[in-house]
Design a protein around this ligand. Sequence first.
Ligand code: 5GP
Length: 186
Amino acid sequence: MATKGHLFILSGPSGVGKGTVRKELMKDPSLRLYYSVSMTTRSPRPGEVDGKDYYFVSPAQFDENLKRGNLLEWAEFVGNRYGTPKDKVEEMLESGKNVLLEIEVNGTMEVLAKCPEAISIYLIPPSFEALESRIRGRSTEPEEVIQQRLAKARYELTMGDRYRYRVENDDVLRAASEIAAIIKAA
Ligand code: 5GP
């Protein structure tokens, strides 16, 4: 699709700190970034707000959106489904905004297959231990689910070379400024 804005994908293993880096990027109005809020069947964590962090939907509502072709991409992640609502992304790109998706690796591959011009950025954790402690620290889920997230993270760590850019999240402000430079260069 020929659009005025650019599509950016911020991805990387669960627990790497995508959300923190994204919030930092969103503070910079000169990037003209619109953050695409995803839809998920996962339950909200304490403090998460519907319509801001995610659109929290039932499995039936998710199915309905899939059936209607409303999702640009979607993926199953540790027992829940996550997807990117399509209409808003297209509208924002056409109006000249840059759109930021914050999604996992399989969804990224789906977007890149449909929109090869999308600019993919993979956030690298400083170490697996750092990843594990983040996953444990923020989770309200049972140990079994944490183990599934860790297993998933090991797989996701093998996918970095499929991305156009790789940025180490050794420090949030440093990583965000490296990504801001990528966005400006586009
Ligand atoms: P969490 O449950 O930790 O919020 O998210 C689990 C994983 O799903 C994270 O890696 C997150 O970036 C990813 N994710 C969030 N929204 C989407 C989406 O719309 N599509 C895809 N493919 N992944 C998503």
